[in-house]
Design a protein around this ligand. Structure first.
Ligand SMILES: [Zn+2]
Length: 117
């Protein structure tokens, strides 16, 4: 399925169109996308006798780190029960970006060939 950048020119036009169709068919569900990174945080509770005073803090507590509309990084707390779904949605976002990039490369190659469809 994966084709490195620049390899498109080796495929004939019909194969290119088929690859493009395959890519589009593999788009993840668009309601299941999320942009950002999952960041673990460890906290210290402040109790002197707690293991966290000397060792690793409590956690991980997960946060979704993403660039907000104002250009600043925002951190949203992610409850444990949501970590898996957020991780999957982030993966979907990356996959979607990859698919978009490949489809656009194919369309550029088709332009070079003066292929309209
Ligand atoms: Zn503690």
């Amino acid at each position: 399925m994966e084709t490195a950048k620049g390899d498109w020119s080796r495929l004939d036009t019909e194969s290119l169109r088929q690859r493009r169709a395959d890519l589009i068919a593999s788009i993840p569900p668009l309601q299941e996308v999320m942009h950002g990174s999952l960041i673990p945080r460890y906290t210290r509770c402040g109790k002197k006798n707690c293991h966290c005073a000397t060792g690793q803090g409590h956690g991980p507590h997960w946060y979704l780190s993403a660039l907000g509309a104002n250009g600043r990084t925002r951190m949203d707390y992610v409850p444990d029960a949501f970590v898996d779904v957020v991780r999957q949605r982030i993966q979907n976002h990356h996959r979607l970006q990859e698919i978009l990039s490949h489809v656009e490369e194919i369309n550029r190659e088709l332009l070079h060939r003066r292929a309209r469809d």
